[in-house]
Design a protein around this ligand. Structure first.
Ligand SMILES: Cc1cc2nc3c(=O)[nH]c(=O)nc-3n(C[C@H](O)[C@H](O)[C@H](O)COP(=O)(O)OP(=O)(O)OC[C@H]3O[C@@H](n4cnc5c(N)ncnc54)[C@H](O)[C@@H]3O)c2cc1C
Length: 423
């Protein structure tokens, strides 16, 4: 399978330079693709590779992992890493496929064929949330040590941004990394860390100096086996059951200062950039499950009879499903527009935030509306709709809550009230 990925990669290499700004999109075959704006047959081929892995190595075990409350991250990531799936848009020098972000988007969509929300999220943390800043700004040494083995699936990564008292307000986080004799001494803790109980390293956001909260933070590659790191607990959650979520404490954890990704003090900015890929990924990974739910619900409602007719034949039912399908299609179009602009090097903060906002709201609406049409069956643990109802509730909260997305959009629209100056 890795060969399929490498072949796609080398074929594309002749048409697409790795630097997005050097591409001539007007002559790219993707513009004339009559199926999807941003996808070509090569995207389909890559998706087919991932689909085989999902069908063979993931979906047959999902129920078991959901019941256990954890999935074997090292095993699953190694399988994905062997196929090149974890570094689709990462540089080839470190084992990535060097493709543009439309391929990552295609991968995220295909991950939506997994029968739960937890695995796509955990995989996304590895491929699109904990590693983009390292790939873009990290030193060669850090990339060799952390990026390459994360792409190959030998190391499991996690992202440490949120804390007990700082979630939406990232700038207010309290964890410190103080320089001493060429090392950083880390104290504090992280909350809600996906992959946290299994991770080999964390992309940690911490305060490396005092001063303005947007300029005093750095992203740091932190090995998770150091003295002073405690996995305090695995959090018991409403949904995303097979993904482990940890609370983690740091007490005088010592790491070389050279583990800072890029420039010291730029961590907040790098993290905001990193969030763009996280939000595009989260939107893309929601599309297939929403389509699937609508289809499964139509099938179920067609077969189920009440008051002498199929449930589906009630206008409120088929109209609702048509309405939802239309909304999913609009979300898909907005996502492809965001990705199209992103791979051309544009700032897509506003569009990516709109996508994430819409994905969260639409996921809640779709899972709720569909569950209703399943009646009592929808309330059991035997059907996908109830699992996705629980899992997708997260989309309006994690990676920036809906209200945070609205604030970003308002900022870009220049309608966000300015902070009041203290008198
Ligand atoms: C399953 C799961 C996995 C996660 N994985 C990770 C991970 O791997 N790494 C990581 O760093 N974090 C992770 N998170 C954390 C996640 O990103 C945060 O939960 C999220 O950013 C919200 O922060 P909070 O929970 O502290 O909510 P709070 O900041 O306390 O906000 C609570 C609510 O207040 C409202 N609110 C917030 N700001 C505003 C505003 N400006 N205007 C109006 N209302 C507002 C929103 O409704 C929000 O939901 C994860 C969370 C969960 C539940």
């Amino acid at each position: 399978m890795a060969n399929v990925c490498r072949r796609i990669c080398s074929g594309l290499g002749q048409r697409l330079a790795l630097n997005p700004s050097s591409r001539n999109f007007a002559s790219s075959p993707r513009c004339f693709n009559n199926k999807e704006h941003i996808y070509t047959s090569e995207h389909d081929e890559l998706r087919a590779t991932l689909r085989k892995i999902i069908d063979k190595d993931i979906n047959p075990y999902v129920d078991e992992w959901e019941a256990e409350g954890i999935f074997p991250a090292h095993k699953v990531f190694k399988t994905l890493g062997n196929a090149g799936i974890l570094g689709v848009s990462k540089p080839t020098e470190y084992g990535g496929l060097g493709l543009d972000y439309s391929y990552s988007c295609a991968m995220a969509e295909e991950l939506g064929t997994i029968n739960c929300g937890a695995l796509p999220m955990a995989i996304g943390v590895q491929s699109d949330m904990a590693t983009p800043a390292l790939a873009r700004f990290g030193s060669d040494k850090l990339k060799k040590e952390y990026l390459a083995p994360s792409i190959s699936g030998d190391l499991v990564a996690c992202l440490g941004v949120s804390e007990v008292s700082s979630g939406s307000d990232v700038a207010s986080l309290k964890t410190t990394a103080v320089k001493k004799n060429g090392d950083l001494i880390i104290n504090g803790g992280k909350m809600w860390t996906t992959n946290g109980t299994q991770a080999d390293w964390m992309c940690l956001l911490a305060n490396t100096s005092e001063g303005k909260p947007h300029q005093n933070k750095s992203l740091i590659c932190l090995p998770m086996n150091l003295p002073g790191i405690t996995i305090a607990k695995t959090i018991d959650k409403l949904g995303m059951r097979s993904s482990d979520t940890a609370q983690i404490f740091f007490e005088d954890v010592r790491v070389p200062a050279s583990h800072i990704i890029g420039d010291e003090g730029m961590g907040f900015t790098y993290q905001m950039l990193q969030f763009q890929e996280e939000r595009i990924f989260a939107t893309a990974a929601a599309l297939v499950p929403l389509d699937t739910l609508i289809k499964l619900t139509a099938d179920y409602a067609r077969d189920r009879k009440a008051f002498g007719q199929s449930i589906l034949d009630n206008q409120v039912v088929h109209f609702t499903l048509a309405e939802l399908a239309t909304e999913v299609e609009s979300l898909r179009s907005m996502l492809y527009r965001a990705v199209g602009q992103y791979i051309q090097g544009h700032d897509v903060t506003m569009l990516a935030s709109m996508c994430k906002l819409k994905a969260g709201r639409l996921s809640r609406q779709t899972t709720d509306n569909c569950l209703q049409f399943w009646g009592g069956m929808g309330f059991t643990n035997e059907v996908l709709v109830s699992r996705l109802y629980r899992d997708f509730r997260l989309l309006s909260i994690g990676g920036g809550a809906d209200e945070v997305m609205l604030s970003i959009i308002c900022k870009y629209m220049d309608i966000l009230p300015k902070p009041q100056k203290k008198k």
